[in-house]
Write a protein that binds this ligand. Structure first.
Ligand code: OOB
Length: 544
């Protein structure tokens, strides 16, 4: 196994001087995910790695299953660097699949269960995926039909692998074989693609390497004090960066602990699992935190094993933050992260006011932060500005997106997060808002332009602008403001049109308003700020 080789085309990487520095300083240690699991199986073979459904796999069992599945993938013709779109719910098989791909150097593309034909079709086509892994049914949706549709439209897609009843496709359970020796990837290779929340017309793909992601795990495990005693409940969608690696299930494996899979984050599913498995830590987005805080089930279950509730993905209000300890009897950890890299944590031993009122600080001393104004000039200490960041686990560019990368990164390699933040005198970050054209719907990210493009495809839509409107529960909801062509269509017809185009349901507008014209900025662009302000006003004034 070499330590470095030619990079995957279309994946920007770190300049050689940075890469050398990150290696020499010990951030990148030349590890791979395939080897990590092998090492844990050697050291903690009989300990339980993963619990979910009827499964209870030890590290040795998981490792052996991964070897057999990798051999089967290889026999199907899947090779190093081939892309495989993985869309599975919170089941143990999710890790079996991704570790098998890691071990052979094939690259998972992490789709969410909520994605539909529009997103999946795009991921498969854009990455020239050779395989697509799905459940038969989940959440009332049959993924086999979706796969049929995507396969017909994607010439590169050779295999649809189904967990459960395969129908006309291939059963995942039929793939495993006697292990064979496979050449693994280099630590500097891309390991997988995460998805960006995005602000543009199509979702962007985030290439993460073994070196950089494993460092982010190690730093997360250290800050969050995960150990062999950790029992982590995976309640958010497993493929998302937060439950995957902050420290998430992969961090739990890194530490030799136990990960428990919840098919739903709702209290009726999660609380019994916490009680039964003696879960010590879990992660939620703010709206789910409110559901847990308000649930009467908290009194019916023994949640005393839970030591830490991590909350991130969107801004948690100070009021909700203050309720966590008194209501659930566990500590709170705020997490402000992004799939592109940088993750900030409040520390477990921070004073309660810092935990409740800030989004924490970078996990690595090698994370470089800048808080700047619109001209990239640093703001005065304590002022609010755009957050830029660079470091050993923050990407230098999206996959095959040269023109976008020129805007999303500074010339010296800082990622423009699109977040507006301020730094407290203690060095903690407070998220004050957002400059990117995105709606953060309780942690689910909606790129305005993506939804606008779909709306513009409707014959009765002359123009469309999608903006956030405030919402008590989700923080924000989406509002599509539409200039109709001729008579305005019924909002329900427009939403049906978007669904029929295969848009994930969290991107379907919560509200549709019709207007004759958009407010404009000085240079004649749509002023989304003015739109948001006028919507806020009209929504808060009761109609006469
Ligand atoms: C996480 O990752 P993504 O890629 O879905 O979204 C990143 C964006 C950030 O740029 C920020 O706009 C927002 O989500 N965000 C927060 C936040 N955490 C994320 N905004 C306010 N407060 C927070 N605590 O969302 C993610 C990735 C890893 C760990 C945690 C969250």
């Amino acid at each position: 196994m070499s330590t470095s080789r030619e990079h995957l085309p279309g994946c920007p990487t770190w300049p050689e001087d940075f890469a050398r520095r990150y290696r020499e300083a010990g951030y990148w240690r030349g590890e791979t995910f395939g080897q990590l699991l092998r090492d844990r199986a050697r050291d903690f073979g009989t300990r339980v790695a993963l619990v979910g459904g009827a499964h209870r796999w030890t590290y040795a069992e998981l490792d052996a299953r991964v070897d057999r599945l990798a051999a089967g993938f290889h026999a199907l013709g899947i090779r190093s660097r081939d892309r495989v779109v993985v869309q599975l719910p919170n089941v143990p098989e999710f890790y079996e699949v991704i570790f098998a791909l890691f071990r052979m150097g094939a690259l998972p593309v992490f789709a969410l269960p909520a994605h539909r034909a529009s997103e999946i079709g795009y991921f498969c086509a854009f990455t020239e995926a050779v395989a697509y892994v799905i459940p038969d049914r989940f959440g009332g949706f049959d993924y086999r039909g979706l796969a049929e549709q995507v396969k017909a439209a994607t010439p590169t897609l050779k295999h649809v692998l189904v967990l459960g009843d395969a129908g006309s496709h291939t059963a995942l359970s039929s793939v495993a074989m006697e292990p064979v020796t496979l050449e693994g990837p280099a630590p500097s290779d891309v390991a997988f693609f995460q998805l960006s929340g995005g602000s543009t017309g199509v979702p962007k793909l985030i290439p993460r390497t073994h070196d950089d992601y494993l460092y982010s795990l190690r730093a997360s495990v250290d800050v969050c004090r995960f150990t062999q005693e950790t029992v982590y409940l995976c309640a958010l969608p497993a493929a998302h960066n937060f439950p995957l690696s902050s420290p998430g299930v992969l961090g739990t494996f890194y530490a030799g602990g136990t990960a428990v899979m919840a098919l739903s984050p709702s209290p009726d599913v999660a609380f019994p699992l916490i009680e039964r498995e003696r879960v010590t830590v879990t992660a939620l987005v703010p709206p789910l935190t409110m559901v847990w805080l308000d649930s009467t089930l908290a009194r019916k279950h023994d949640l005393s094993s839970l030591k830490v509730l991590q909350v991130g993905g969107a801004r948690l209000s100070d009021e909700a933050a203050a309720r966590v300890r008194p209501t659930l009897g566990c500590g709170l950890q705020q997490v402000f992260g992004m799939a592109e890299g940088l993750v900030n944590y409040t520390r477990l031993d921070d004073p309660e006011t810092r935990i409740v009122t800030t989004q924490g600080r970078p996990m690595s001393d090698a994370d470089e932060l800048r808080v700047v104004d619109d001209d990239d000039v640093p703001v005065a200490p304590g002022g609010t500005g755009h957050l830029l960041t660079r470091g050993p686990y923050t990407i230098r560019g999206y996959y095959k997106a040269e023109a976008h990368n020129a805007k999303a990164f500074t010339t010296d390699g800082f990622y423009r997060t699109g977040d507006l933040v301020r730094l407290t005198p203690e060095g903690d970050l407070v998220v004050e808002g957002r400059a990117k054209d995105q709606i953060n719907r309780g942690g689910d990210k909606v790129a305005a332009e993506e939804v606008e493009n779909h709306l513009l495809a409707h014959p009765s839509v002359s123009d469309a602008a999608v903006v956030a409107i405030p919402d008590k529960f989700l923080g924000e909801r989406t509002c599509a403001v539409v200039i109709p062509r001729g008579e305005a269509p019924a909002p329900s017809a427009l939403n049906a049109f978007l669904r029929q185009r295969g848009l994930a349901s969290f991107k379907i507008p919560d509200r549709i308003e019709f207007v004759a014209a958009f407010p404009q900025t000085g240079v004649g662009k749509v002023s989304k700020k003015a739109l948001r302000d006028s919507l806020r006003q009209s929504l808060s004034t009761p109609s006469p």
